[in-house]
Design a protein around this ligand. Structure first.
Ligand code: HEM
Length: 108
């Protein structure tokens, strides 16, 4: 199994490439079932050691950035995130693997 195919399986995550945060707004029982298929850190004895730290950083960093700044994508299109090559980790076309953000303003 790979996270790439699990996260893109429309039977598990309908319309998988669309940003639908509401897909996670479920009753606790259904949420638990769906979370079994969220596997960016892999699973099992060889799985990542850092999920808890990563979630903490994500909440802190994203929460801080989104509350503090209005941001727009800059010089970035779908091809900058579209996985087209298997390099053990999925990669974009050569040289495209980047996302740029421009700060439009800082919230008071
Ligand atoms: C977005 C952040 C991260 C992602 C998506 C991620 C994902 C992964 C994945 C997919 C593996 C391979 C698991 C396997 O071979 O089955 C892995 C291994 C590992 N990760 Fe992470 N990781 C992240 C952050 C971190 C952090 C912050 C730490 C440490 C604080 C960490 C420590 C490790 C270690 C030590 C392994 C090797 C585990 C082993 O082979 O026994 N990772 N990670």
């Amino acid at each position: 199994m790979t996270a790439f195919f699990i996260h893109r399986d429309p039977k598990i995550f309908p319309d998988p490439l669309r940003f639908i945060p509401e897909r996670w707004l479920l009753e606790p029982e259904d949420l638990r079932k769906l979370e079994r298929y969220l596997v960016p850190f892999s699973r099992g004895t060889l799985g990542c050691l850092g999920p808890n730290m990563t979630w903490a950083w994500l909440y802190l960093v994203l929460g801080t950035l989104l509350r503090r700044f209005e941001m727009r994508l800059h010089n970035t299109t779908e091809e900058n995130v579209e996985v087209t090559r298997d390099k053990f980790l999925g990669q974009t076309e050569r040289g495209k693997n980047r996302v740029q953000i421009k700060v439009v303003r800082e919230y008071p």
